[in-house]
Every structure is written in C-alpha cells, then in structure tokens.
Ligand binder design. Structure first.
Ligand SMILES: Cc1cc2nc3c(=O)[nH]c(=O)nc-3n(C[C@H](O)[C@H](O)[C@H](O)COP(=O)(O)OP(=O)(O)OC[C@H]3O[C@@H](n4cnc5c(N)ncnc54)[C@H](O)[C@@H]3O)c2cc1C
Length: 468
C-alpha cells in the first residue's frame, strides 16, 4: 500500500494533519512510538495538567473560598489517588477519542519508531524490534518536543525527586517543599497545583520576570498574585547545580549579576526550563533534512523542508510551542497537500496560563510595540470595577487592550483574571478580522459578564471607559 501522506507523530500537530488530510480525500498513515495517540499534549502535557489544575483549584476553593460566600464547610480532605485517577481517566478518554477519529477517517496507524529512509519511504520499528517499511508521496514530521535541561548543568531527572513536567503530574504524595526551576508557563502551572494541595513552592527564574515573553504589566501583576498565594519567587537567579541529597534534592543558585551562591533543599525539584525539538532517531541526517541553529527542522512558509516531499509542523519547527499552533499548522499543511491554500496567521495565536486567576494573551505586548517603534494606545480596565467579578469575588486582575494610535486597529490583548483563557478569544476573532478598539467597544456585551471588562478596556483604548 502506498499512501498520499505519512505522518510521523500523533500529537496535536500530527493527528490533526492526518484527520484533515483524510477528510480532504487523501490516503493517510500515521506512525507513533507511544502506545497511545495524542502526543505530549494529550498524554503528559495540556490535558493531564489541566485535569490537575482544575481539581486542585476545587480543593483550594473548598478550603478557602466558600466562607465569604456564606457557605460553611468542613476542611476538605485530599484523596490524591482519586485525583490522579481523575487525571488518568481524562487522558484515556482523550487518547481513545483520537484512536476513534483515526478509525472513523480510515487512517492506518503503525505503532513504532518512525525513521525516514529516503523521501517517500519510512521504516517503522516496533517495540519487539520488527521493522516494516511504508511508502508515501508526502512525509510529515510532527515529532514534537522533549524536556530541555538546564544549560551547562548536569541534572539527573529520576521523575520521583528531581522531576520534569512528566513526573510532576504523577507524584504519589504532596511534597512538603518543592523547588521549581524556571518561572515559565509549565513551571508556574504545576507549581500552582502542588502549592494548592499544600506544598511550599519556591520558583527560581533566570530572567528578571516570570512568564518570559508575556506583557510586562501582566507578569508583574501575576507575580504579586502568586506571592499572595504563598509562592516564593526568586528572579534574576542562575541555577548552577541540582543534585539529590538532604531532604530530597538540593539546588544551588546565584544572582545572575554575580554574588554569593546559596543552596536550598526540597522534597521535590521540578525542572521546567523549557522544551527542545525532538528529532532523535528520525534519520534526518541521512535523509539530508536540514535543521536550524536551534535544532528545529527548517521549513519555508509552506512547511516544506529542504527535501522535496518532506514537511514538518508543530513543536519540532519554529514558533511558539503550543498545541493549537501545532493543530493549525496541521490543518494548513493538509490543505496544501490537497491542493488548497492553507495558511496560519502567526500574529494571532493566543496563549493561556491556566492558573487561578488565569493569564491570557494574544498579539503584541507593549514591550514589542515599543521595540518596533509602533505608536500605540493602551486601554486598561480592572475587574474590581466589574459587577460580575464582584459578585463572584473574582476581582483580581485586569484587561489591557493595545491599539494602533493612528488606525485604532487592535494589536494585542492581555487579560489576567478568572476565565481569561475563554475571554481572550473575542479579542483574537476581532484581530483576525482586522477590527478596531472602537469595534470592540461598540459591540454589545451581555450584562453582567466578566467580558464586559474587555469591552470597557477597548473603550478605554478608543476614548474613555464608562464604569471608571
Ligand atoms: C506539562 C505540559 C503542559 C502543557 N500545556 C499546554 C497547554 O495548556 N496548552 C498548549 O497549547 N500547549 C501546552 N503544552 C505544549 C503542547 O503539549 C505542545 O505544544 C504540543 O503537544 C506540540 O504538539 P506536536 O504535535 O508538535 O508534538 P507532540 O505533542 O510532542 O507529539 C509528538 C509525538 O511524536 C511522537 N514521536 C516522536 N518521534 C517519533 C518517531 N521517530 N516515530 C514515531 N513517533 C514519534 C511522540 O511519541 C509524540 O507522541 C504543554 C506541554 C507540557 C509538557
């Protein structure tokens, strides 16, 4: 059997590309080395982490958020095994869903490690060592990413005491203390989970702000909120050593600007310093597929590598390492392979931190606009002035809209607050249609909703908000 498309990797990039290509009438095969489909996202990333974020937030709410609403409940008791079982069941239902969709769309699946033998040929090595070869006109590399270490520091991740995100979603007891190396999205989300369940969490971050590329206002506000929740954050701190010992493990760090080093101990250390593209064992060198200087598969604007018939999408290529970016690339590439004109608008890719409150962002930050010399207006509206937020005791945070000073076109939106991850999409849709702050501010919003703060922030960017 020869296929129109062979997709290697079934994360959100690969499985979506496969389904879309099949929907467009192409004959598709997928190759996956895990026992289940869905990649990092469904198995050990987005989905299990969100199951734990939700459950731990409910636990925290039951213990801390009820009294002020006039609900008196006994202190909640944690059943961590059951919480983990909820997470595992969530993962199972999602990965089974992908298997169902493959069958529904008549996609053939091969379980084993895929290797590109040459353009048009992929070998699949099963766990028992059996090798089979499949042929296809087009090959899509969608092999995703893996945990990055700490540059220049040897770290032995055992997934029990020194853990990556994979171990951090599967701890068998709540650590008394946890050190999170890296104050990015994954570290702060998983640090929040264990902090809500009772761990004393300390974050050590190299940069002078958390959440790296996010808008400066957002990052400052979010840091204050995490501090209020009891998370300690050390900024501008360089980790120089992580080793087992003491209570569990020891982390040595020093100021980036130079100065005395200190060593702290914790039951568990989470290494969350980012992810790197995963290309090991794919045979790229032999096939002549070029990588860029950061180890990512190099592609052009149509996801083509330098070898005809070989394409790449998702975390293994440039751009934000996000599931929905990988999915959109999967759709666009499938359309291209089917002779259509797929494309991805990289200017409008939302990004969400699923802590409580949530942080969400789309488009440009204020820092990016300044650096690009763009004249812009800022409209900001706090949830303290929003009726629904007051009714729900969810007044932490704000909405910030950035618009072009001359044309009023919305260039970016940033939200810290309850439900930010849902609200961000009205700004994304507006931006996709090239809308202005006035358009957003004049759009009737249901009352009382948290989304009215988005409208008010847009009004603030355009002219003046009503409720401030
Ligand atoms: C803890 C955590 C939380 C996250 N939360 C979010 C979130 O909330 N939102 C979000 O947008 N993103 C999140 N991400 C990032 C998201 O998981 C990735 O951006 C996304 O999974 C990338 O999709 P992908 O298809 O490129 O690759 P992956 O999902 O990494 O899938 C690649 C697949 O390829 C397989 N593979 C690799 N090599 C081979 C080979 N040679 N042969 C066969 N199969 C192979 C792998 O086994 C894997 O299944 C999170 C990540 C982590 C770790």
């Amino acid at each position: 059997m020869s296929y129109d498309v062979i997709v290697i990797g079934t994360g959100p990039g690969g499985y979506v590309a496969a389904i879309k290509a099949a929907q467009l009438g192409l004959k598709v095969a997928v190759v996956e080395k895990r026992a289940t489909f869905g990649g990092t996202c469904l198995n050990v990333g987005c989905i299990p982490s969100k199951a734990l974020l939700h459950a731990s937030e409910m636990f925290h709410q039951a213990g801390h958020g009820m009294d002020a609403l006039g609900i008196e409940v006994a202190a909640p008791k944690l059943n961590l095994d059951k919480m983990m079982a909820h997470k595992d069941a969530t993962v199972k239902s999602n990965v089974d869903g992908v298997a169902f969709l493959f069958k529904k769309n008549k996609i053939d699946s091969f379980i084993g490690t895929g290797k590109i033998v040459s353009a048009g040929k992929v070998s699949v090595t099963a766990e028992d060592g059996k090798i089979q070869e499949i042929e296809g006109k087009n090959i899509v590399i969608a092999t995703g990413s893996d945990v990055a270490g700490i540059p220049g520091v040897k770290v032995d991740i055992d997934e029990k005491v020194i853990v990556s995100s994979t171990g951090a979603i599967a701890l068998d007891k709540v650590p008394e203390t946890m050190i999170v190396v890296g104050g990015g999205v994954i570290g702060l989300e998983l640090g929040s989970v264990w902090s809500r369940l009772g761990a004393k969490v300390t974050v050590i971050e190299y940069l002078d702000k958390i959440l790296g590329a996010m808008d400066g206002d957002v990052s400052k506000q979010f840091q204050r909120m995490l501090a209020k929740q009891g998370v300690d954050i050390n900024l501008s701190s360089k980790v120089t050593g992580v080793e087992k010992g003491g209570k569990g493990a020891k982390v040595t760090f020093e100021p980036v600007a130079g100065g005395a080093a200190q060593t702290v101990e914790a039951d568990v250390v989470l290494i969350s310093t980012g992810r790197i593209p995963y290309t090991a064992g794919l045979g790229l060198e032999e096939a002549g597929v070029a990588l860029d200087n950061r180890g990512r598969v190099e592609i052009d604007g149509h996801f083509r590598t330098n070898v005809a018939g070989i394409y790449a999408i998702g975390d293994v290529v440039k751009g934000p390492m996000l599931a929905h970016k990988a999915e959109d690339e999967g759709v666009a590439l499938a359309e291209i392979l089917a002779g259509q004109h797929g494309h991805v608008n990289y200017d409008v890719i939302p990004s969400v931190v699923y802590t409580q409150p949530e942080v969400a962002s789309v488009g440009k930050t204020e820092e990016e606009l300044k650096a690009a010399g763009v004249a812009y207006k800022v409209g900001k509206f706090p949830f303290t002035a929003n009726g629904r937020a007051r009714a729900m005791l969810a007044t932490d945070g704000f909405v910030k809209i950035l618009s072009d000073k001359t044309t009023d076109r919305v260039l970016g939106g940033h939200i810290v607050g309850f439900g930010a991850g849902e609200m961000i999409h009205e700004i994304a849709v507006l931006m996709e249609f090239g809308g202005s702050a006035e358009d957003l501010g004049r759009t009737c919003h249901a009352h009382p909703t948290m989304s009215e703060a988005v409208k008010e922030a847009a009004l603030a960017a355009f002219f003046k908000p009503i409720h401030m």
